[in-house]
Design a binder for this molecule. Structure first.
Ligand SMILES: [Zn+2]
Length: 45
């Protein structure tokens, strides 16, 4: 099964949602102060 890794910086909660039959997507809920999350958002923009 898929290995979901929580954020090492903020120890974020990880939720796995079934977006389609047999297809699971992991969602990490970072803290607002998480530097890792801030860097990721900046990279996506
Ligand atoms: Zn984080």
């Amino acid at each position: 099964m898929a290995a979901v890794v929580a954020c090492p910086d903020c120890n974020a909660d990880v939720a796995v949602a079934e977006v389609a039959p047999g297809y699971f997507r992991g969602v990490v809920n970072h803290d607002d102060s998480c530097p890792w999350c801030a860097a990721l958002k900046r990279d996506l923009r």
